[in-house]
Design a binder for this molecule. Structure first.
Ligand code: NAX
Length: 333
């Protein structure tokens, strides 16, 4: 029998984790033959809720799940883990400035980076979901110098899934017939959803989305707005933020990182920028990537027109500002 791997989910008493833990434990990320030991981290006031989640996981009677370890101690949570879903974060409260939010989260992700550095496997794959996800991933990696920077990423897969779904609906095709829609930049309202490289499978051939749709004003207008504001639309309707779709996207992200992408297909991930496409270096920027042997590579050689360039600049500038604010918080602590 394959040896179990240890996987940590932080924010394990929260609403995203409630869907995510089940999907992971069902084998949807690491495979239907991969036994798992789940580590669940939350903060001490949530310890009681965590116990309830542990009971429910037991009651699911999931064959792959060998053990569940609930904890409020990062040392226990990150011990020997091969994969980390960092979902827990300080939520934005009314009247909170971006700087206050960054400041609270920088402290959380510093502690978790240090714990990963000390206790996790050196090839651990870290996915940051908690917002501001890109900058949290940057902070976390900075405090885990013994783990390669390439092993840290931020989630923009929910934005990609939202964008892909919008394009499929507009074209009237099934979701699986649309591929290579890109999210560039920050997981925030400055993100740039880009269908310019998108492909659609029609009449047994893959064609260009832009050519088939032939509607630049939609792609440069409502399409971008809908995707950028989708999170707010879900909150307005559900009175709570996206959870099921966020959990599914976290699974998609880690699944593709673990198992690779099909030839010619790419997915979007927030990763350390090397300055590709004129983006700022040393921020965690969402790029189209291809993945092989658990290593991602930024897709090169895509055409960036003037419209796209201006969008990349806006989101890149925001990430540069977030990074500088996060660094100033760290220096003053
Ligand atoms: P919830 O408030 O339901 O759950 C968050 C959980 O994290 C709580 O149980 C809380 O106690 C815990 N937590 C707080 N600080 C912690 C710490 N230091 N260590 C461990 N656990 C800690 O939020 P939920 O709806 O699950 O969302 C979680 C995060 O995902 C939020 O930051 C949210 O903004 C972010 N999102 C990110 C998305 C993305 O695409 N990157 C989309 C969905 C979501 O909005």
């Amino acid at each position: 029998m394959t040896e179990a791997i240890r996987v940590v989910v932080t924010g394990a008493a929260g609403q995203i984790a409630y869907s995510l833990l089940y999907m992971i434990a069902r084998g949807e990320v690491f495979g239907k033959d991969q036994p798992l030991i789940l580590h669940l981290l939350d903060i001490p006031p949530m310890a009681g809720v965590l116990e309830g989640v542990v009971m429910e996981l037991a009651d699911c009677a999931l064959p792959l799940l060998q053990e569940v370890i609930p904890t409020t101690d990062p040392k226990v949570a990150f011990k020997d883990v091969s994969a980390a879903f960092l979902v827990g974060a300080m939520p934005r409260k009314e009247g909170m400035e971006r700087k206050d939010l960054l400041s609270a989260n920088v402290k959380i992700f510093k502690v978790q980076g240090q714990a990963l550095n000390e206790f996790a496997k050196k090839d651990v794959k870290v996915l940051v979901v908690g917002n501001p996800a890109n900058t949290n991933a940057l902070v976390c990696a900075n405090y885990a110098p013994s783990i390669p920077k390439e092993n840290f990423s931020a989630m923009t897969r929910l934005d990609q899934n939202r964008a892909t779904s919008q394009i499929a609906a507009k074209l009237g095709v099934p979701i699986a017939a649309v591929s290579n829609i890109i999210i560039w930049g920050n997981h925030s309202s400055t993100q740039y959803p880009d269908a310019g490289q998108g492909k659609v499978f029609i009449n047994d051939v893959w064609k260009s989305v832009t050519e088939v749709l032939n509607d630049t004003s939609f792609l440069q207008g409502p399409f971008i707005d809908i995707v950028q504001k989708r999170g707010a639309a879900v909150i307005a309707s559900r009175k709570m933020s996206s959870a099921m779709s966020a959990a599914k996207s976290a699974c998609d992200h880690m699944h593709d990182w673990w198992n690779g992408t099909a030839p010619g297909k790419f997915v979007s991930m927030g990763v350390f920028s090397d300055g590709s496409y004129g983006t700022p270096k040393d921020v965690v920027f969402s790029f189209p990537v291809e993945i092989k042997n658990k290593q991602w590579k930024i897709v090169q050689g895509l055409t960036i027109d003037g419209f796209s360039k201006s969008k990349l600049d806006i989101t890149g500038n925001e990430l540069r500002e977030e990074r500088d604010e996060a660094l100033s918080v760290l220096e003053s602590n």
